[in-house]
Design a protein around this ligand. Structure first.
Ligand SMILES: [Ca+2]
Ligand SMILES: [Ca+2]
Length: 357
């Protein structure tokens, strides 16, 4: 009798559990990659615990889902960015190539027409970058279908992997991406996002197959949008002194802040000849410091500052200097011309003196 009651209670609990948690596999358009989503209390959650059907709140897809393909679980989309980085050494050409790539392998489509979960069409749905990258196929020519947030999230991963600083843009009706590329000539706007770097962020609008890089749509030219930098919100490296002379120790100072988490590790590595040293930079809040010992004149030192944050996001800064060569650059062209002029007059005087003999 008691056992029957226990079984009935367990059965009711199991039924309640099933009705509140339904898992489905979601694939944007005929791919083979099976992410798992579950419906809990009316919210569609992915395996990271983030909502795919709503952008806002602490577990909404903005910007959480962008991080899924950037951190330790990064995979196919990130490797596309690494490949484009290797294939396009010039940054402006690489930035154009990333946008062209995304435009080639995606097609714009509304979520409600293309996403069905639990038998119901979804008016809003965000795919992560790897889900998109598993659907398009360079061999078969199939493309991934998505709308603005899907394009922006895919672009954010590929641009980051290709070595660009990226920031998501949110308005009341749109999601897009900015990248830091002040040297690009063809943008219609260069945005300042208040990060201390000034104007030089350009818009990436991958929702149209022919939108050029750097084109801010007219709807957003008033600058009325919210910007969320990905990875590190601050990342600057300074050397002191800037032009080290023989036996000058060089202090490397890095100001680094994670946009989402905390900075967990900052390493300075430097190579002198065949010897590579790696040191942990000492942490005093958001400033990290380490010292490269003084070297003899003419020694070239290549260095790298590498930071990792609590989300597993990493960023690098490379630098190089040659001891004692900083000063030689300070001879101005004018002084050089005066020097050559004086030398010419001396030679002329000497020759005239000789010809008189
Ligand atoms: Ca949408
Ligand atoms: Ca979408």
């Amino acid at each position: 009798m008691v056992w029957r009651r226990i079984l009935i209670v367990l059965g009711i609990i199991a039924l309640l559990g099933l009705s509140s948690m339904r898992s489905v596999y979601g694939i944007p358009s005929g791919g083979v990659y099976p992410p798992v989503f579950r419906l809990r209390n009316g919210e569609w959650l992915d395996s990271f615990g983030f909502r795919r059907d709503y952008y806002g709140g602490s577990n909404g897809f903005f910007p959480n889902v962008a991080y899924e393909s950037l951190g330790p679980d990064r995979e196919r989309a990130y490797s596309i960015g690494e490949r484009l980085k290797a294939n396009y050494p010039v940054r402006t050409e690489r930035a154009e190539a990333v946008l062209k790539y995304v435009q080639r392998w995606t097609e714009y489509g509304y979520d409600e027409d293309n996403v069905v979960m639990g038998g119901e069409s979804q008016p809003e749905w965000a795919w992560n970058a790897d889900e998109m990258a598993h659907v398009f196929n360079e061999n078969t020519g199939s493309v991934a279908i998505g709308d603005c947030e899907d394009m922006a999230i895919l672009c954010s991963t590929i641009y980051t992997a290709a070595g660009f600083d990226a920031a998501l843009v949110l308005t009341d009706s749109h999601v897009a991406l900015l990248i830091w590329l002040p040297e690009y000539d063809n943008a219609n706007s260069y945005w300042d996002v208040g990060d201390g770097r000034g104007e030089g962020w350009i818009w990436v609008e991958a929702t149209g197959p022919n939108n050029p890089l750097g084109w801010t749509p007219p709807d957003f030219s008033d600058g009325n949008f919210e910007v969320t930098p990905l990875g590190f919100s601050t990342f600057t490296v300074a050397l002191s002194p800037q032009d080290p002379q023989a036996e000058d120790a060089v202090t490397v100072t890095a100001d680094i802040a994670s946009a989402r988490g905390t900075v967990s590790k900052v390493l300075l590595s430097y190579t002198i000849g065949d010897t590579k040293e790696v040191v942990q930079m000492t942490d005093s809040g958001s400033t990290f410091e380490a010292v490269i010992p003084g070297q003899s004149d003419g020694t070239t030192i290549s260095g790298n500052v590498s930071a990792t944050d609590s989300y597993g996001f990493t960023k690098n800064y490379d630098f190089e200097y040659t001891v004692g060569q900083g000063q030689s650059l300070e001879i101005s062209p004018l002084l050089l011309e005066v020097g050559i002029g004086v030398l010419f007059v001396i030679i002329l005087l000497v020759l005239m003196k000789r010809s008189r003999k």
